[in-house]
Design a protein around this ligand. Structure first.
Ligand SMILES: Cc1ncc(COP(=O)(O)O)c(C=O)c1O
Length: 412
């Protein structure tokens, strides 16, 4: 059905939004755009209007909407086998685990579905490792995390968030976490004691506003973890898989974590697929019955995951992100002192702080949507530009022009 036929069926933005308001829990405040279809970097709404997607589903759509290679795999697998659970073996899972382990240069993979599940699983693995291998007494393990982290929405994960909106009303919280300032390696060292199992960190903090740490932070944390026999867990769920111009953001600092947490783009923008990836001395602590997921590593997700890993192996998305990211950052930097206060990020991932006197990030998100550009605000007056990596330089120029116009309009 085409977008116009849908309008014929009386699906208007207003009717769709009214239906959502009536029947969906109000845990999101979406922009008033009702997507009907999408291709590459573009989303079409129910009226047939096209928008340049500069969010890419928080990096889940790194390879573009309905990427042809991924769609071909998905269609072929849909016609063969979709789900058996882990009660049986299935022929796509082993090849997926091998491909992903090799991409990460690690021994083993624990497949899950959502990013939050990968984080939860990483926490469980680190705690179990600390008990079984490091000898931390039962129920005494702690994990060091960073201020302003975002690792998901489960009860344990929000327990170590410092976003009051995410936490308030959801206690009691899971104990065993210590939060230190992001970027402060001395604070990490000070927080570690004999019972520390892991340091859990986003190499670049995404939801916090695309915060890139000081150059020596991750290398120092790596040294500290190695010296203290503590696992370094890199949450690369948003920063990884080519978003910053490298397969993993940690590569920018030549840092290899003990555990990679991956998600979002791993599922090709089609299915939820996440993973914990580590060496045998770490992931080997899990035994039958100790962890699992009915859908984790299902044949459809595994088949898609193989294609995603193969695409990443070619390096073209990493190259695009580096080249186009340089272009995007240069164009955005031109707006500094014209309503923009700061631009941060790496690759095709930019956090833009707008002068709060000009309006909130939400207001600019709305103004840009009216101009055909979809971005997401965060923390009051920050906008994120994270388009699918198939976007072109011309499309980026057009998006930045729209942003410049929106800024100029409120400055007049
Ligand atoms: C760094 C990071 N970790 C974990 C998550 C949670 O992923 P999910 O929403 O798939 O549970 C996110 C989501 O934005 C994220 O950015």
């Amino acid at each position: 059905m085409t977008a116009l036929e849908r309008v014929g069926n009386h699906v208007t933005p207003e009717s769709a939004i009214a239906l959502d308001d009536r029947y969906l829990a109000h845990n999101y405040a979406p922009l008033p755009v009702v997507a009907a279809d999408a291709e590459g970097a573009w989303i079409t709404d129910v009226t047939g209007r096209r928008y340049l997607d500069c969010l890419a589903a928080y990096s889940a759509v790194n390879f573009g909407h309905r990427n042809p290679e991924i769609m071909a795999t998905a269609h072929a697998q849909l016609d063969r086998l979709t789900l058996v659970s882990r009660a049986f073996h299935a022929d796509r899972l082993g090849p997926f685990a091998q491909a992903l382990a090799e991409l990460c240069d690690k021994d083993m993979v624990l497949p899950m579905n959502t990013g939050a599940e990968a984080v939860e699983s990483g926490i469980k693995v680190a705690r179990k490792w600390s008990a079984d291998v490091k000898g931390v007494p039962a129920n005494r393990a702690n994990i060091v995390v960073a201020h302003n982290n975002f690792h998901g929405r489960t009860t344990t994960i929000i327990s170590f968030s410092d976003d009051e909106t995410a936490r308030r009303g959801f206690g009691p919280y899971t104990p065993g976490f210590r939060s230190v300032p992001f970027g402060d390696h001395r604070a990490v060292a000070d927080a570690i004691d004999a019972h520390t199992a892991a340091v859990l960190i986003e190499p670049i903090q995404g939801e916090a506003g695309i915060i890139v740490p000081p150059a020596d932070f991750l290398p120092r944390v790596r040294e500290i973890c190695t010296r203290s026999r503590v696992l370094l867990i890199a949450d690369e769920i948003q920063s990884g898989l080519a978003r910053t111009g490298r397969t993993f953001a940690c590569e920018h600092w030549d840092v290899v974590p003990d555990i990679y947490l991956l998600g979002k783009a791993l599922g090709g923008g089609v299915v939820p697929l996440s993973a914990v990836v580590a060496d045998r001395d770490v992931l080997g602590v899990l035994h039958p019955g100790e962890h699992g997921s009915t859908f984790g590593g299902n044949p459809l997700a595994a088949a898609i995951g193989i294609t995603v890993v193969n695409m990443l192996r070619r390096g073209e998305f990493q190259r695009r992100s580096t080249e186009l990211g340089a272009h995007l950052h240069a164009r955005l930097m031109d707006l500094v002192r014209q309503g923009v206060r700061a631009v941060r990020g790496l690759g095709l991932w930019a956090g833009v702080d707008i002068d709060p006197a000009l309006g909130t990030g939400r207001q600019f998100g709305l103004a840009l949507a009216e101009r055909g550009v979809l971005v997401k605000d965060t923390h009051g007056s920050t906008l994120r530009f994270a388009p699918p990596l198939v976007v072109t330089a011309g499309e980026l120029d057009w998006a930045v022009d729209q942003f410049a116009d929106a800024l100029a309009e409120v400055r007049r």
